[in-house]
Write a protein that binds this ligand. Sequence first.
Ligand code: SF4
Ligand code: SF4
Ligand code: SF4
Length: 262
Amino acid sequence: METPKPRVAVHKFSSCDGCQLALLNLGEDLLTLAERVELVHFAEAGPLDPDTEVDVAFVEGSVSTPEDIERIQHIRQHSRLLIAIGACATAGGIQALRNGADGAQWIAQIYSHPEAISSLAQSTPIASHVKVDFELWGCPVSGVQMLAVVNSLLLGVAPRDNADKVCTECKRNGYPCVMVSRGIACMGPVTRAGCGALCPGLGRDCYGCYGPAENANTDALAAQFASLGLTPLDIVQRFQSINSQAPVFLAAADKLRMRGDG
Ligand code: SF4
Ligand code: SF4
Ligand code: SF4
């Protein structure tokens, strides 16, 4: 008798869909994957069955509405493994910039009918609400990384997490360092690898979209940024960007603020 294929779902919460697109953009590789797993729910690609039991649930997006809280708990109860994908799901995303602001005031200023908006005061990562088995960082994640995770799971091994720094990928690729050679402030020394040092490879700085690397020395980088002429507020804003709720970046910004530096 044929062994049943693992059942996989891809769910969206508050997000821009970019991480789902990264999976769709795999093209032929996605078709090959679809032969090895049963894609039971992936609204962007077609299949719709959000309530069914699955072996693996990929979750894109942050928890930003009261409805999101109920939905993520339901998904957790019906999924053997839950994998958070992208900066929104792992660190609240760009929408978490409202966490330090008066969100209700923003809603009143932006929408003609603010009473129609049901939104939580904070945008939070998936792991703040349910157990997450693995996190893939990035904005967006790369399809190749997602494929590697699925392949590991199909082989029954734990997915690998590359928590090294973007600088290591720069060196491996032979890219000139934009911070050393051109004095451009770069977040690479504290940012998690995985993108292949995409931005420095194009001659620009890394802005930290893959979230904090392991053993990130944020104090040293903040001092380096100051020596390059960034103001304290500039430095706080570097840490409070796409991954603002990542504890390491949050702590770095809080430390600067407590010193009165921004
Ligand atoms: S992590 Fe970035 S690309 Fe992915 S859904 Fe969020 S905003 Fe979009
Ligand atoms: S360009 Fe940025 S990521 Fe690359 S080596 Fe320099 S500091 Fe590190
Ligand atoms: S270099 Fe930095 S900002 Fe650019 S894609 Fe990689 S992690 Fe993101």
